[in-house]
Design a protein. Structure first.
Length: 425
C-alpha cells in the first residue's frame, strides 16, 4: 500500500508538470463564439448568483450544466478568498482533473492486472499528448473523463462474485456517473451495458436487474432534480440539457456527412425567434428531423455511420485546434504546431495498434472485469456514432485504451524475455 501511494504521487507529478507547462504556455482566454467562451460566460453568471441563465436573464439549459457549474464553484471560491478570476485557474483545474485521472488509471490497471501494468498505463496517460492539450482549453473533457474513470474504478475495484456486488459500491459508482452525465449525457444509459454483462455473469437475473437499478438510482441523484428544474423553467418536459436535438440532427439529417456542421435543415427555422425559443424548438425539431430522415432513407445509414466513425477517430491533435480557439487565436508557431500534432498523432496511432493487438486477450479473459473495460471503451466510442463524429469525442476513451495498451506492452515484454511470472490475460 505504501509503495502504491509513492507510485501514485510519482505519476501525479509526471502528469501535472507537462499540464502546468502547457497551461502556462497557453494562458489565454477563449476567443470567438464557441463552447469555451460560452462555458466562461455561463460560469460567470452562476458564480455571480444569476443561475444558469443567459445575459438577458432567460433560463438556459443547452449545455449540460456540470462543467460550467464546477467552474462557477472555482470562481466563487476565488471571490471569497480575494483572488482574481482567471482563465489560467480554470485550465489548471482541468490539469488537476487530468493528473487525478492518471492516478485512477494506475489504480484501475493495478486492480485488474498488476502494479507493473498500472505503472505503464499511468505513465503513458501522463504524457499522452492529446490528454495534455485539452488541459489548455475551457472544455468539459477532463472533468467528464475524471468522473467516468472514477466510476469504473469503483465498479472494478474487486473481482466480481457471482453472488453480486455490495449496493454501496454500486450506488457510489452511480453517483460518479451522475456527475459525468451532468457534464456529458452519454453515460445516462451505461447501466444498460452493465445489465447485459451481469445477466450473463450473475446467478440471478433479478440480482442483475437490481444492481443496474441501483447504479441508475445513483445517476438519478443529480439528473432528475436538474431535469425537473429545466421542465419548470421552460414549461415543457425537458431532460438534463436541450442540445440532443441539434446533435441528432447534425449527424443524421438528409445531407449529413457525419461531421459537425452548422448548415442544413437543422438551422433553417431560427429567424424571428427569441434565443430561448430557438433553444427549445431546435431541440424538438432536431429530433423529429433526424428520425424522419433516418426512417425515410435507411440504406444510407451504413455509409453515414462509417463517415461518423472516420471523423471520430481519424486524428488526435484536435486539442491544439481547440486551444487556439478553433482558429480564432493562432499563437503557436507553425513548425511547433506541426511537431506537436505529429507527436500527438504518432502516439495515438501506436496506442491504437497496441489496442488492436491486445483486444482479443481482453475479450477472452477469465476476469470479467477486463471484458468490461473493453465494453466501456467501445461504449464511449459507439454512443457518439448516434450523433456525429468529432475527434474531441474519443477523449474519454483514451484512458481505457491506455489500460489495454499497457497490458499488451507488459505481455509482449514478458513474452520477449520469458517471464514466467507474468499475469495471465
Amino acid at each position: 500500500m505504501r509503495l502504491d501511494l509513492i507510485l501514485m504521487l510519482a505519476l501525479f507529478v509526471l502528469a501535472i508538470v507537462p499540464r502546468a507547462a502547457w497551461v502556462a504556455y497557453n494562458d489565454r482566454p477563449p476567443r470567438g463564439f464557441n463552447d469555451p467562451l460560452f462555458y466562461s460566460l455561463f460560469s460567470d453568471r452562476m458564480a455571480d448568483g444569476d443561475g444558469y441563465t443567459r445575459p438577458t436573464g432567460e433560463k438556459f439549459a443547452y449545455y449540460p450544466v456540470g462543467y460550467p457549474a464546477t467552474v462557477s464553484v472555482l470562481k466563487r471560491a476565488q471571490d471569497i478568498i480575494g483572488v482574481r478570476r482567471s482563465t489560467f485557474s480554470i485550465k489548471m483545474m482541468n490539469g488537476l482533473f487530468g493528473a487525478i485521472t492518471v492516478m485512477l488509471v494506475f489504480l484501475l490497471a493495478s486492480r485488474i492486472f498488476d502494479r507493473r501494468t498500472g505503472v505503464v498505463a499511468g505513465a503513458l496517460l501522463a504524457v499522452f499528448p492529446s490528454q495534455i492539450f485539452y488541459t489548455g482549453t475551457v472544455l468539459s473533457e477532463p472533468l467528464f473523463t475524471l468522473m467516468w474513470i472514477g466510476a469504473l474504478t469503483v465498479l472494478l475495484w474487486k473481482p466480481w462474485s457471482r453472488e453480486g456486488m455490495p449496493w454501496p459500491q454500486l450506488f457510489g459508482a452511480g453517483l460518479l456517473l451522475s456527475y459525468a452525465t451532468m457534464t456529458r449525457g452519454i453515460t445516462l444509459v451505461f447501466p444498460a451495458l452493465l445489465l447485459a454483462v451481469w445477466l450473463f455473469h450473475l446467478q440471478s437475473k433479478k440480482r442483475a436487474l437490481v444492481q443496474a437499478l441501483v447504479v441508475w438510482a445513483g445517476i438519478a441523484v443529480l439528473v432528475v432534480p436538474w431535469s425537473v428544474r429545466n421542465t419548470v423553467a421552460f414549461g415543457q418536459i425537458t431532460g438534463p440539457s436541450t442540445n440532443v436535438g441539434d446533435d441528432l440532427c447534425i449527424g443524421n439529417y438528409l445531407g449529413a456527412q457525419g461531421a459537425f456542421t452548422l448548415q442544413g435543415t437543422c438551422f433553417a427555422n431560427d429567424a424571428g425567434k427569441t434565443p430561448q425559443q430557438v433553444e427549445l424548438d431546435r431541440n424538438s425539431e432536431g429530433v423529429r428531423i433526424a428520425i424522419r430522415d433516418v426512417a425515410s432513407h435507411p440504406f444510407r445509414m451504413p455509409k453515414l455511420v462509417a463517415q461518423k466513425a472516420y471523423w471520430l477517430l481519424y486524428k488526435d491533435d484536435d486539442g491544439i485546434w481547440a486551444a487556439e480557439s478553433y482558429g480564432n487565436d493562432y499563437f503557436i508557431p507553425n513548425f511547433r504546431r506541426e511537431v506537436l500534432a505529429f507527436a500527438a498523432n504518432g502516439i495515438y496511432y501506436a496506442t491504437g495498434l497496441l489496442v488492436l493487438v491486445g483486444l482479443l486477450a481482453f475479450v477472452l479473459a477469465r476476469d470479467l472485469r477486463r471484458l468490461t473495460v473493453v465494453l466501456a471503451f467501445l461504449y464511449v466510442l459507439v454512443i457518439p456514432l448516434v450523433f456525429f463524429g468529432d475527434p474531441r469525442f474519443h477523449y474519454p476513451a483514451i484512458p481505457l485504451a491506455v489500460v489495454v495498451a499497457a497490458a499488451t506492452i507488459v505481455r509482449l515484454w514478458d513474452a520477449r524475455w520469458g517471464d514466467s511470472a507474468a499475469p495471465g490475460v
